[in-house]
Design a protein around this ligand. Structure first.
Ligand code: G1P
Ligand code: ZN
Length: 544
């Protein structure tokens, strides 16, 4: 008989889940009972899961396997009947979402700090996803946090560790543990959405493709899909082996950390499409030959062309974007007569709209794009989407972009991040901006006249909940926007994000360098928020 042990514990007061779960330095998670407290807090806030199934997946970063063993023993103690775990403890975040849905499980636990660095000095993270496959809604994450502040005990089975390395079925107490191939079901789902035959023809015709898996979770997914099933050249994948430290790199698919494929794509003889995904496989980077595609534009192009892809030939029910994401997709929605929703930052806010059938597609400026096939953003799916659209339209990425801007106009766009800012100073900056809102309307700035200024609040049309304090929006007379918000995923100090956008109509100048197009707005952003005073910086640390 496996014994369930009740362990006395003391609460930590810093377990508030941010934009996408609880994220901290690994050392923080290694403190006594830190993970256990949070896992027990999750279970304490759930009802009716006795005998049901839990999916547990992670991106393979340092502490992943240790955490999975603890979670499995606690899930068994809590009364779950079955756990599904990816071999090696690996499962991309969208694949976890799919497993939760396709097995009609109670929910799942995702272990990842997304695109943050891993390793003993890196970051770790945990979040709970419900039966719809999506991140828990705010009311639940708040309840979990409240529970974590008063927790006094947790329960865990005294049992041997499970061998995570082999596909097999075993058990802990009365809970069955199924170690499964993490790619099989996901690859099958992709086969139902995309025209694999057309993509095979594209590759066979000499189309050149490069995918950077960043030593993160998507390596095995990319190999199965792009190489085994679609016939791309074996060498198309770089950094394809998952590693606990992401090969010492930073698994963030941006122009800094995926520089190799960017440089390749900028050459005359470079790949026709270069792409990358992040630590847990939910983000994507899309670069055509000499043509970087912003995530906001990518969402718009996918919305405009989705009808060419088998899974979406019926048309889209509607679309959604996070508030700071550029309004490029709004133009497509307008033309096609689709509803377009604006939600707070974080994928969890798309869940209700996807569940209710109000939207089919959604995305965020932070390299996240997805659809109703799962309840997470999905990096490999976004790459397949582009491959399918390229195969159907028989144009290059650059030609598709040009054609798109000529049809819908162009939203020049950039995000400026000021990292590791003093947390108090960052809060004061936002507070001052908030206080100044009534005064700034009608003010003449370098880029134009301000016509609206507010702090974004979201009223969820499905569950009726309201989420306040989601970023300061400043709108200009020509449709330009500046948005200010503080990151909810950082682990050190505060990160100020400034999102800058300028709309140029289809008849306007569509080939400016982004930096030039946005220069006046950037200057205005610095003036409006006194960025230098509060951050001590004139320039952002990262521009995306
Ligand atoms: C960031 C992104 C946001 C994304 C989240 C999780 O959150 O901005 O779009 O959903 O990571 O991947 P932030 O750090 O801005 O709160
Ligand atoms: Zn991620």
């Amino acid at each position: 008989m496996t014994k369930v042990r009740t362990v006395a514990t003391k609460p930590y007061d810093d377990q508030k889940p941010g934009t996408s779960g609880l994220r901290k330095k690994v050392g923080h998670f290694q403190r006594e009972n830190y993970l256990e407290n949070f896992v027990q807090s999750i279970f304490d806030c759930l009802d009716g899961f006795s005998g049901t199934t839990l999916v547990v997946g992670g991106d393979g970063r340092f502490y992943n396997s240790t955490a999975i063993q603890i979670i499995l023993k606690m899930a068994a103690a809590a009364g779950f009947g079955r756990a599904i775990v990816g071999r090696g403890g690996l499962c991309s975040t969208p694949a976890v979402s799919h497993l939760i849905r396709s097995n009609e499980t109670f929910g799942g636990i995702v272990l990842s700090a997304s695109h943050n660095p891993g390793g003993p000095d890196g970051d770790f993270g945990i979040k709970y996803n419900g039966a719809n496959g999506g991140p828990a809604v705010e009311s639940l994450t708040n309840a979990i946090f409240e529970r974590s502040r008063v927790i006094e005990r947790y329960e865990i089975c005294d049992a041997d560790n499970i061998d995570l390395g082999r596909v097999a079925t075993s058990s802990i107490g009365s809970m069955t543990v199924d170690i499964i191939d993490p790619v099989d079901d996901y690859a099958a789902l992709m086969g139902t959405l995309f025209d694999f035959e057309a993509i095979r023809h594209l590759f066979a015709s000499g189309f050149r493709f490069r995918f950077d898996a960043m030593h993160a979770v998507t390596g095995p997914y990319a190999r199965r899909l792009f190489v085994d099933l679609l016939g791309a050249d074996e060498n198309c994948i770089i950094n394809g082996e998952p590693s606990e430290t992401f090969g010492g790199g930073h698994p963030d698919p941006n122009l800094v950390h995926a520089k190799q494929i960017y440089d390749e794509a900028m050459k005359d003889d470079g790949p026709d499409l270069a792409a990358a995904s992040d630590g847990d496989g939910d983000r994507n980077l899309i670069i055509g030959k000499k043509c970087f595609v912003t995530p906001s534009d990518s969402l718009a192009v996918i919305a405009a062309n989705a009808h060419l892809v088998p899974g979406y030939t019926q048309g889209l029910a509607g679309v959604a974007r996070s508030m700071p994401t550029s309004c490029a997709v709004d133009r497509v929605a307008e033309t096609k007569g689709l509803a377009c929703h604006e939600t707070p930052t974080g994928w969890k806010f798309f869940g209700n709209l996807l569940d209710s059938g109000d939207i089919t597609l959604c995305g965020e400026e932070s390299a996240g794009t997805g659809s109703n096939h799962v309840r997470e953003k999905d990096g490999v799916w976004a790459v397949l989407m582009w491959l399918n659209i390229l195969a159907a339209r028989k144009l290059s990425v650059a030609e598709i972009m040009e054609d798109h801007w000529r049809s819908y106009g162009r939203n020049y766009y950039a995000r400026h991040d000021f990292e590791e800012v003093d947390a108090e100073a960052a809060t004061t900056l936002i507070k001052n901006l908030r206080d100044s809102l009534p005064k700034v309307v009608s003010q003449k700035m370098t880029a134009g006249t301000i016509t609206m200024a507010d702090e974004f609040s979201y009223h969820d049309p499905v569950d009726g909940s309201t989420t306040n304090g989601q970023g300061i929006r400043i709108g200009f007379d020509d449709g330009s926007r500046i948005v200010f918000r503080l990151s909810g995923t950082g682990t050190v100090g505060a990160t100020l994000r400034v999102y800058i956008e300028r709309f140029e109509p289809a008849t306007g100048i569509l080939d400016l360098a982004t930096g030039d197009a946005l220069a006046d707005l950037v200057a205005d952003a610095h003036r409006l928020a006194d960025i230098e005073k509060y951050t001590g910086r004139l320039e952002p640390d990262v521009i995306t």
